[in-house]
Design a protein around this ligand. Structure first.
Ligand code: ZN
Length: 124
């Protein structure tokens, strides 16, 4: 059985200890799941397809079958924790053990790059 990495386990544990029922239902919708993405690796006259495993979200990180990303840097699928999970955690930002790297502005995609965030001021 695949296990999640420590970062994922830690946030899951933090949330499960604090969520109420609606919050838990939301977390279930955004459960972590081990995923694989295929990407193209070219250069030096050789080109090959490689795969990378990462922890994604069952809702936010869906990859259509047979998707081949142009490069590792083009894998723009959100990694877990996705933005909705980070927003859930943010409501416990004053609780002990909350980590700043769980904040929504640090949402990353599978390639490790930050997700571009919409302007928070526009949320009403
Ligand atoms: Zn999600």
């Amino acid at each position: 059985m695949p296990r999640y990495d420590h970062f994922v386990e830690e946030l899951l544990g933090f949330l499960l200890a604090r969520l109420d029922e609606p919050g838990f239902a939301r977390l279930v919708t955004h459960e972590p799941q081990r995923m694989t993405a295929a990407y193209f690796e070219g250069g030096g006259g050789r080109a090959e397809t490689r795969t990378v495993s990462f922890t994604g979200c069952v809702t936010c990180s869906q990859i259509p079958p047979c998707t081949l990303f142009r490069s590792h840097g083009h894998i723009d699928v959100p990694a877990w924790p996705c933005l909705p999970v980070r927003e859930l955690a943010l409501s416990f930002a004053n609780a002990p053990y909350y980590r700043d790297e769980w904040r929504p502005e640090f949402t990353v995609v599978a390639s490790g790059q930050l997700v571009h965030q919409p302007d928070q001021d526009q949320l009403s």
